[in-house]
Structure formats: structure tokens, C-alpha cells
Design a protein around this ligand. Sequence first.
Ligand SMILES: [Zn+2]
Length: 317
Amino acid sequence: MQGRNRELLQIDYDHIDVLGFEVNESFVHGVVCDLKGAVKMSFSEPVQDKRPQAIAESIKVILDQIRQNEAKTANIIGIGLSISGIVAPTEQKVIHSGTMGWENIHVNDLFPPLGDMMIIVENDANAALLGEVWVANIQDDEDVVYIVISEGAIGASLLVDGQLVRGSTMVAGEISHFPVEPNGKSCMCGNSGCFETYVSLERLEKEFAELSTGNMKLIEAYKAGDELAQQFVIQAAHKMATVIRSIIYLVNPGRIIIGGLWIEAGEEFLNLVLQQVKKHFSLGERHIPQFAYSKLHPHAGVLGAVGLVIDEFLKYQ
Ligand SMILES: [Zn+2]
């Protein structure tokens, strides 16, 4: 990854494009990008059926749409795929995706035969972090942690000394079941007090709808000053701060980026989390990292997937 931007300045491959795909529980998103990461075309298919064969069908529909716009695309050199779950990029496999209900799915199960086209698969949080680094001008030797909270899936990605930290069995950053409350809310994993039970918007929306007398969704109600929504959001901010403090103690990153659906809660929510991090952090404020929402939301994952292909391509130039 080192020096990628510098190399791009010297190479003008305007006849080359890259495809990026992001698959999650709600949609399949596909983009055509040039080598500088600028999106030339974007397509989306809603997910009604999460099985690999149904997702493969949606990917095929998007590939057909891209083919129909062939005149606007240059020579496509590869495809990047970003997906929630435990991913083994070197084996081109999704080992486990709780969000999608997948086990050991190979990229060949998702894409039609494409000859010797390069296909790179990466975990969504890792891809999103790389997207931030590559497109949003973050120094690639910075220690950065990216936390993504989408509807069902929660994950973190760690970039240390310019390298992704995957862990010895590829589960570094799987923070969904990080314990944040002794004897807390029961989790589908069988434990109680897991992080996701306090911050998963899918779960919180259901709990909020059961208790609320209005018909607004949680974040909307929070922004409108609804008292019950405030309680839910403040609790989520406190639990997020607990996890972030632990991450700071363990990794000491220079920057923490929050991606995913909580961005909709706005700067007020981010400040709530930051205040709570500072309030209970023992080592002094100078160790608190820079703190911001993803600048690429909602395209960080797909742009990161594109960046992976570009990076691989540039290695051989
Ligand atoms: Zn759990």
C-alpha cells in the first residue's frame, strides 16, 4: 500500500476501469471506477433472498447493465468485492458471514465465469478502511481504526503501521460480541451484555417501536427531541464509548473513523460518544485519537474494494 498515491500521479491509465461490488443484507451495489477511484457508473439491486445463488443473480444483473453501457467503460482489469463477515482474501473465500448466513462461499459461487479476470474479496470493514485511506487522503502509515455499524452487522478494522491486522484466525475486529454490560441484554449468541445488543440499529428499532407511542424511527425521533429515543441513543453512545476506550488502550490509534448507519444521528451523537470516551479515559486527553465519521459513507466499502484491485494492479507496473 505504501506510496500508492505517489505512483498514481505518475501513471495515467485513463483507458482502464475497475469494478467494485458491495454485498450486504439490504442490497448488492456495483460501481465502475477509473484508476483514481472516481465513480463512473453505479448500480444497486435490493436483496430479497440472501442465499449465494440469489446474490449471484443480482451480481449478474448488474454486470449485464454494465455491459449495456460498454461505450462508457474502459478496459476492466479486475473486480473488488466487499462483504460483511470473516473473509480469507488469499483463498477468495467468505469463510463465515453471520449477516448473510453464509459458510465457505467462494467468489466463483457469486460471479459468472469471467475468464482470468482478477477478483479480490475483502471484509467490509477492512475494505471501508482502505477506501478511507485511499480516497479520503489519510496517510497510509497512520494507525487507524474503522468501526462500522450497519443494520445487522458490526465490525472494526485495524490498520497498524500501514498494514491491516487480520489476527491469527482472521477474526481481529469482530467486536459484535464484545462484553459491555455484566448481566446485560441477552444476545443471539447465547451470552448477555454483548456490544451489538446496545448498538445494532436493527435491534434498537424493534425495541424502540415496541415502547414508543409515536411512529417515527429511532434516529428520526432522537433528532426531533423524543425523550425515549434520547435514552436509547445515549445508552448506545455510552456502550460505543466503552468499546472505543478499550480499543484505544489496546491499539493506541491516531484516528478512529465511524462508518455505517449511526452517521445519520449527526455530529451531536459523535460528540456524545467522544465526551463519554474522554470522561472515563485514564491516560490523559493527548492520547485520545482524532475522531470522525466516514467521509465516504455509504460508498466506503465499495471504493475500498476497488482500491484493493488498483493496489494489486499497480504492484505489477
Ligand atoms: Zn453476543
